[in-house]
Design a protein around this ligand. Structure first.
Ligand SMILES: [Zn+2]
Length: 304
């Protein structure tokens, strides 16, 4: 199944000419998972071509305006376009009041059903083939980091083994390939008899605003891709501490400790004209660093 990440907004606090406020989309097969919707994020959402009437879940990391205010506009646009697919929204407890109070004040409604869920640490979403987990980040207000983790996939299918067992090609093969056990000639044939060892799914982490911390090292362990708060350069590392953000070097250091395959630096302070400086500092620590740009799309392949 195709899995990609689209960076929709990569600035911190204030937008710049080139960068919008925080928003990241994971597109997995036919489903979209949107993490944060900063003010104006809907413009890049539209440019990305994701589409406004898709199976979709939205996750808010925290209630700072550069991470959640854009939700109102995005949801209104979706209603103007007559979205009818249900949507699930997840975030800190204030997200419910935020939506309902604004609906009253601004006098709007939705054309689609929306379920609002309060997040706490642990498993937030459980689907048959993936889970979304949340972990408290280390920021100036309650803030969550999220991980999308695919479940293990069945191993490689060996047709010769199925043939040796006399199982006819077709539906039974398909079931075995999908990891299901079958009944054949009054015998149970286990999928693992005709497949190799189970294969890892993919794991994507999104830090939201945070200082690096030990809980997050564990939470993001073995991520194929991690998008991490990289607001500052080394020069402003004291500011990073004071404002409860991270430097690019700190992000890369955490990624090494977490055995993360690829790290995307994002959430850049508007003071930096040249983002290469942040990338350079991170590359001294981690060998697979990408500095985010708005609308950058990154495919996440299986590791085997
Ligand atoms: Zn914040």
């Amino acid at each position: 199944m195709q899995l990609k990440v689209i960076l929709l907004g990569t600035a911190s606090a204030m937008p710049t000419y080139e960068r919008g406020l925080s928003s990241t989309a994971i597109v997995r097969g036919g489903e979209v998972m949107l993490f944060d919707v900063g003010e104006g994020a809907q413009r890049n959402f539209l440019k990305s071509g994701i589409g406004t009437n898709r199976r979709m879940k939205v996750f808010i990391t925290h209630m700072h305006s550069d991470h959640c205010v854009g939700l109102l506009g995005l949801l209104q646009t979706m209603s103007l376009q007559n979205r009818n697919m249900p949507m699930q929204l997840y975030g800190p407890e204030q997200i419910n009041d935020f939506i309902h109070n604004n609906m009253k004040l601004l006098n709007f409604g939705f054309t689609f059903p929306i379920t609002i869920n309060t997040v706490s640490e642990g498993i937030v979403v459980e689907e048959s083939d993936y889970v979304i987990k949340a972990k408290l980040a280390n920021h100036s207000i309650k803030s969550y980091s999220y991980c999308m983790e695919e479940r293990e996939r069945p191993g490689i299918f060996y047709p010769e083994k199925a043939k040796t067992l006399g199982i006819p090609e077709g539906n039974l093969w398909h079931k075995l390939q999908q990891g299901e056990d079958i009944e054949f000639n009054d015998k149970i044939i286990k999928s693992e008899e005709v497949t190799g060892p189970k294969r890892n799914g993919r794991k994507i982490g999104i830090s939201g605003d945070t200082r690096p911390d030990d809980n997050l090292i564990e939470f993001f362990h073995d991520c194929d891709l991690l998008i991490f708060d990289s607001t500052y350069t080394d020069e402003h590392k004291e500011k990073a501490k004071d404002n409860m953000h991270s430097t690019a070097r700190e992000a890369a250091t955490l990624a090494v400790k977490s055995n993360v395959r690829k790290i995307i630096l994002s959430h850049f302070s508007a003071r930096y004209e040249d983002i290469n400086l942040l990338a350079k500092e991170a590359m001294e620590i981690h060998s697979n660093v990408v500095a985010a740009e708005d609308l950058l799309t990154i495919e996440v392949p299986y590791d085997q």
